[in-house]
Design a protein around this ligand. Structure first.
Ligand code: MG
Length: 179
């Protein structure tokens, strides 16, 4: 039996393709961010100004935006794997808009058919108790956790890890003796 009893699983950037969703709603291509903009977590400043305004005042307040964010190729596999390994809770930092909460709820219901363990909380460090593992794409969310896995994405330090991400996670789990 490993040391991890619970998993805190991030939503945007791990399960839901937030950046892809934004670009699609603004009718933009990834190239518009430029090489630098693709490598940062906060990519809004790299969007055309007019589109940024539209994004903030219309798109992010729209429940349908959150509810229809695309999945990644690994989303279903990763969620299934986590729930098979430990009690899994999707913890997500909500945008300050009612449509975000209800949209995220719909997103999870549509895919996984359950929302028993969804928590909207900005400060994820509340959940660190030494027996909880966080999986997140944002480095600063991992800092206060004793057990963490940085989900490798283009905008974080794992960008050069090009192998299958689920396999990378399983390999790390074995090395660390998490489960
Ligand atoms: Mg995230």
């Amino acid at each position: 039996m490993g040391k991890i009893k619970r998993i805190v699983l991030d939503m945007d950037g791990v399960l839901a393709a937030f950046r892809q969703g934004v670009l699609s709603w603004l009718d933009l291509e990834l190239d518009c961010l430029g090489e630098e903009g693709r490598k940062v977590f906060r990519f809004f400043p790299y969007l055309p100004e007019r589109k940024q305004r539209f994004l903030r005042c219309c798109v992010l307040n729209n429940e349908d935006f959150w509810a229809t964010l695309p999945e990644y190729p690994w989303t279903t596999e990763l969620y299934g794997l986590c729930t098979s390994l430990a009690k899994t809770c999707i913890v997500t930092k909500p945008w300050k808009a009612a449509g975000c909460y209800s949209g995220k709820y719909r997103w999870i219901m549509d895919r996984f058919g359950e929302v028993d363990h969804m928590i909207c909380e900005a400060d994820k460090s509340w959940f660190d108790d030494g027996e909880t593992l966080i999986i997140d794409d944002k480095e600063s969310n991992l800092e206060k956790f004793q057990h963490s896995f940085l989900w490798p994405m283009e905008w974080n330090d794992g960008r050069n890890l090009t192998a299958n991400k689920v396999e990378l996670f399983l390999k790390e789990s074995k090395i660390k003796g998490w489960f």
